[in-house]
Design a protein around this ligand. Structure first.
Ligand code: A2P
Length: 332
C-alpha cells in the first residue's frame, strides 16, 4: 500500500523538514501534495528528485488524500482540519489548535502510539519542548513514579520560524534585521517564548505543563516550567529536575534511558561528553546527559536533554505517527 500525502505548510521550516523526513524514512508515498499560502501557489518543492507543484488547500482536498500533515499554524488547522477529516483523510496537526481537546489524542509514538484507533481522524503532534521532555520522563515515570518536575528550556530560534532564523543571522552579521522578537536575540537570552498570559507564565510554559500531563496521562503531575529563547540556530536544550516517589540508582536510570527507543545517553563528563545542540541538529533521537543526583532533595535527579526541535520535536514525530497508522492499518 502507498498513500496520497498532503503537507499543509510545505514551504515552512517544519513542512520542509517533513518532506525531508518522509523521503529519508521511505514513507510509502503514492502522491505528494504540497500546500502553502496563496503567495506560494504555482511554485514547486522537490520530493524524491521530482519537482512537485504547490497547490491550494482546496485543490489538495479535492484530490482525496489519505493523510495530511498540517504545519501551517493553528488558524489554518482550525479552518481546514475538520474538512479533511470529514473527507476520510487522517490529519496529523503540528499546531496547538487541538492538543488539549479531550477527544483528540496527543501522540508521541514511543509513549502512547499504541492508543491510536480507526476513529482518530485528527491527531495532535505535541509542542517541540514537550516531546523531548516526555521522551525522558515516560520511562522513568513508569519505573519510579514522578512526583514533581522543574524544567528550564534553552530554545533555538528555528522553533519560532523562518523570520526568527533570519533575525539571528542578520544580527550576527551586524545587519539590520526584521524583528521576530521584541529584543535582539544574538548575544542575548529572552525568558520569553510565545505570548505572556495573565498568570505571568508564557503560553509555551503552559503548553509544556498541560501537554506533559496529558501524554503521561497524569493530570495531577506537579510540573513547572521556564522557557527561554537562546541564540542557537537549531535544537532545544532543557535542564530538568525530577523528584520521584521511589528511590533510584543512577546506573539503573542510565540503563532505563539507554534501553528506550529514540533516546541516546550521552554522559561522560570526564571526557567532556554531554548533549549539545550542535551535535543534536539533524538527528532524530533525544539526547540526555549530566545525569546526576539532586543532593538537596530526596529521590531527586538532575539531567540535561537536547533534541532537534524541527525533527523529533516536530517533523519526525509527525511522520512516526503516520508510520504508526500504517503499522496499525488505520489508513485508507
Ligand atoms: P507560505 O510559505 O506560502 O507563506 P513557518 O511556520 O515556517 O513560517 O511556515 C508556515 C507555513 O504555513 C508556510 O509553508 C506557509 O506558506 C504556510 N501557510 C501559512 N498560511 C497558510 C494558509 N492560510 N494556507 C496554507 N498554508 C499556509
Amino acid at each position: 500500500m502507498s498513500y496520497k500525502v498532503v503537507i499543509v505548510g510545505a514551504t515552512g521550516l517544519v513542512g520542509a523538514t517533513m518532506l525531508k523526513v518522509l523521503q529519508e524514512r521511505k514513507f510509502p508515498v503514492e502522491q505528494l501534495i504540497p500546500v502553502a499560502s496563496a503567495r506560494s501557489i504555482g511554485k514547486y518543492v522537490e520530493f524524491n528528485s521530482e519537482e512537485v507543484e504547490i497547490v491550494t488547500v482546496k485543490s489538495a482536498l479535492a484530490m482525496k488524500p489519505d493523510i495530511a500533515l498540517f504545519s501551517a499554524g493553528a488558524s489554518t488547522a482550525v479552518e481546514y482540519a475538520q474538512q479533511f477529516a470529514e473527507a476520510g483523510c487522517v490529519v496529523i496537526d503540528n499546531s496547538s489548535a487541538f492538543r488539549m481537546d479531550e477527544d483528540i489524542k496527543l501522540i508521541v509514538p514511543e509513549i502512547n502510539g499504541d492508543s491510536l484507533e480507526k476513529s482518530d481522524n485528527i491527531i495532535s503532534n505535541p509542542n517541540c519542548s514537550t516531546i523531548q521532555l516526555v521522551m525522558i520522563l515516560a520511562p522513568l515515570h513508569a519505573q519510579y513514579g514522578i512526583r514533581r518536575v522543574v524544567v528550564s528550556t534553552y530554545q533555538s530560534v528555528s522553533g519560532t520560524g523562518a523570520k526568527a532564523v533570519l533575525q539571528l543571522k542578520y544580527e550576527r552579521h551586524d545587519l539590520e534585521a526584521e524583528m521576530a522578537y521584541p529584543h535582539p536575540i544574538d548575544k542575548n537570552c529572552l525568558p520569553h517564548c510565545d505570548d505572556f498570559t495573565e498568570n505571568g507564565y508564557t503560553k509555551e510554559e503552559i503548553k509544556l505543563v498541560n501537554e506533559t500531563r496529558k501524554i503521561l496521562d497524569d493530570s495531577n503531575l506537579r510540573i513547572t516550567a521556564t522557557a527561554v529563547r537562546v541564540p542557537v540556530d537549531s535544537a532545544h536544550s532543557e535542564s530538568v529536575n525530577i523528584e520521584f516517589s521511589k528511590p533510584f540508582e543512577l546506573e539503573e536510570v542510565r540503563s532505563i534511558l539507554s534501553g528506550t527507543d529514540g533516546i541516546i545517553v550521552s554522559d561522560d563528563v570526564g571526557a567532556n561528553v554531554y548533549p549539545m545542540p550542535l551535535d543534536a541538529e539533524g538527528k532524530d533521537e533525544v539526547f540526555v546527559g549530566r545525569i546526576r543526583r539532586d543532593e538537596s532533595n530526596e529521590n531527586s535527579l538532575n539531567c540535561w536533554i537536547v533534541a532537534d526541535n524541527l525533527r523529533k520535536g516536530a517533523a519526525t514525530n509527525a511522520v512516526q505517527i503516520a508510520e504508526k497508522l500504517v503499522e496499525k492499518r488505520l489508513l485508507g
